[in-house]
Design a protein around this ligand. Structure first.
Ligand SMILES: [Mg+2]
Length: 212
């Protein structure tokens, strides 16, 4: 049954902390994926960005959800190199703008914020499904979250989103890259999971844990 229990500031800051923890834990895995079809810096870049944004959040302790995610987005844009910093940074900046000045979100507001973040990825990267990018994990995840809150509670919606992201990530192994550095490899990108799709799957797994 759908319900309207609010998502708290604490749950959202916990989401960010869990993302950081898994980026640090999975840094070598993400780097290995990127070494196969990119320049091998994805794990290091994102771990650095996560650490930098956590330090900013600890220092500034923003009170409102929009200020929190604006700070994270700005820090990612400023500290993470390659394509992933601006993409994830834009995701969080658009998320912040969508949320407005609040300390909790209804499930519907969280779905809107995730959709706004996804829209930022679309505006920045102009991805299509099947290009073998972040979008192949994020688009199904955001769609699953929206469907999930219409059918049930946020915890099960977030778990469905994480599962959809993981499925999307795994499916990138069967795709030839059409965007980014991996696209220069042509068919040689086949058989490898896209590192951006892998980091997106971590992000949604962290959301499921934070909202469980
Ligand atoms: Mg790279």
């Amino acid at each position: 049954m759908a319900n309207n229990v609010a998502v708290s500031y604490e749950q959202l800051i916990n989401w960010l902390r869990l993302i950081d923890e898994s980026l640090i834990e999975q840094r070598a895995y993400l780097t290995e994926l990127d070494a196969a079809i990119g320049d091998g810096d994805h794990g290091t870049n994102l771990a650095r960005g996560g650490t930098a944004s956590s330090a900013k959040v600890d220092a500034e302790q923003p009170e409102y959800i929009d200020d929190l995610f604006t700070l994270v987005g700005m820090t990612l844009v400023g500290t993470v190199g390659g394509a992933s910093g601006p993409l994830y940074g834009t995701f969080f900046l658009r998320f912040a703008t969508s949320v407005g000045h609040r300390q909790e979100l209804t499930p519907g507001q969280l779905a809107e914020a995730l959709e706004a973040g996804l829209g930022g990825i679309v505006d920045r990267g102009k991805p299509d499904l099947g290009d073998k990018t972040i979008y192949d994990a994020m688009e199904p995840a955001v769609r699953a979250f929206r469907a999930g809150i219409q059918a049930g509670d946020v915890a099960s919606a977030a778990r469905a989103a994480a599962d959809a992201a993981a499925t999307g990530r795994d499916a990138t192994a069967d795709l030839v890259a059409r965007k980014g550095r991996a696209s220069y490899l042509g068919d040689r990108s086949l058989g490898h999971i896209d590192p951006g799709a892998a980091s997106t799957a971590l992000m949604f797994d962290a959301l499921a844990t934070a909202l469980a």
